[in-house]
Write a protein that binds this ligand. Structure first.
Ligand SMILES: [Zn+2]
Length: 72
Protein backbone atom coordinates (compact mmCIF):
# COMPACT_ATOMS: atom_id res chain seq x y z
CA UNK A 1 0.00 0.00 0.00
CA UNK A 2 1.37 3.39 -0.92
CA UNK A 3 1.91 6.16 1.59
CA UNK A 4 -0.93 8.21 0.08
CA UNK A 5 -3.34 5.28 0.20
CA UNK A 6 -2.43 4.63 3.84
CA UNK A 7 -2.98 8.31 4.57
CA UNK A 8 -6.33 8.38 2.78
CA UNK A 9 -7.49 5.17 4.46
CA UNK A 10 -6.61 6.57 7.89
CA UNK A 11 -8.85 9.65 7.52
CA UNK A 12 -11.85 9.22 9.80
CA UNK A 13 -13.61 12.55 9.31
CA UNK A 14 -14.47 14.75 6.35
CA UNK A 15 -11.77 17.45 6.23
CA UNK A 16 -14.36 20.09 5.29
CA UNK A 17 -17.19 19.48 7.77
CA UNK A 18 -16.07 16.75 10.17
CA UNK A 19 -18.69 14.17 9.21
CA UNK A 20 -17.66 10.61 10.11
CA UNK A 21 -16.34 8.21 7.55
CA UNK A 22 -18.63 5.55 6.10
CA UNK A 23 -17.64 1.94 6.27
CA UNK A 24 -15.70 1.01 3.18
CA UNK A 25 -14.95 -2.36 1.70
CA UNK A 26 -11.53 -3.85 2.33
CA UNK A 27 -8.95 -3.04 -0.29
CA UNK A 28 -10.89 -0.03 -1.50
CA UNK A 29 -8.91 3.13 -2.21
CA UNK A 30 -12.01 5.30 -1.89
CA UNK A 31 -12.86 7.29 1.24
CA UNK A 32 -16.57 8.12 1.61
CA UNK A 33 -17.97 10.33 4.34
CA UNK A 34 -21.50 10.65 5.75
CA UNK A 35 -21.91 14.15 4.29
CA UNK A 36 -21.46 12.75 0.79
CA UNK A 37 -17.87 13.83 0.22
CA UNK A 38 -15.74 11.24 -1.59
CA UNK A 39 -11.97 11.13 -2.02
CA UNK A 40 -10.07 8.56 -4.03
CA UNK A 41 -6.63 7.75 -5.36
CA UNK A 42 -6.41 8.47 -9.06
CA UNK A 43 -3.12 7.44 -10.64
CA UNK A 44 -1.40 7.66 -7.27
CA UNK A 45 -2.77 11.11 -6.46
CA UNK A 46 -5.47 11.88 -3.89
CA UNK A 47 -8.39 13.43 -5.77
CA UNK A 48 -11.87 14.69 -4.92
CA UNK A 49 -14.65 12.60 -6.47
CA UNK A 50 -17.52 14.44 -4.78
CA UNK A 51 -17.06 17.74 -2.95
CA UNK A 52 -18.44 18.13 0.56
CA UNK A 53 -21.92 19.69 0.23
CA UNK A 54 -22.22 20.70 3.89
CA UNK A 55 -21.21 24.35 3.52
CA UNK A 56 -23.45 24.93 0.51
CA UNK A 57 -26.39 23.35 2.31
CA UNK A 58 -25.71 25.61 5.28
CA UNK A 59 -25.56 28.64 2.96
CA UNK A 60 -28.92 27.70 1.43
CA UNK A 61 -30.49 27.48 4.91
CA UNK A 62 -29.03 30.86 5.87
CA UNK A 63 -30.23 32.48 2.66
CA UNK A 64 -33.71 31.07 3.20
CA UNK A 65 -33.69 32.47 6.73
CA UNK A 66 -32.49 35.87 5.52
CA UNK A 67 -35.13 36.09 2.80
CA UNK A 68 -38.08 34.70 4.74
CA UNK A 69 -41.29 36.58 4.12
CA UNK A 70 -42.26 38.34 7.31
CA UNK A 71 -45.83 39.00 8.42
CA UNK A 72 -46.47 42.74 8.74
ZN1 LIG B 1 -18.18 16.95 4.61
Amino acid sequence: MTRRMQFLMSRHKCPACGSPRRESSAGSSVARFECGAVFALDNGVIAVRTVCPARCERAARLWNDQTRERAL
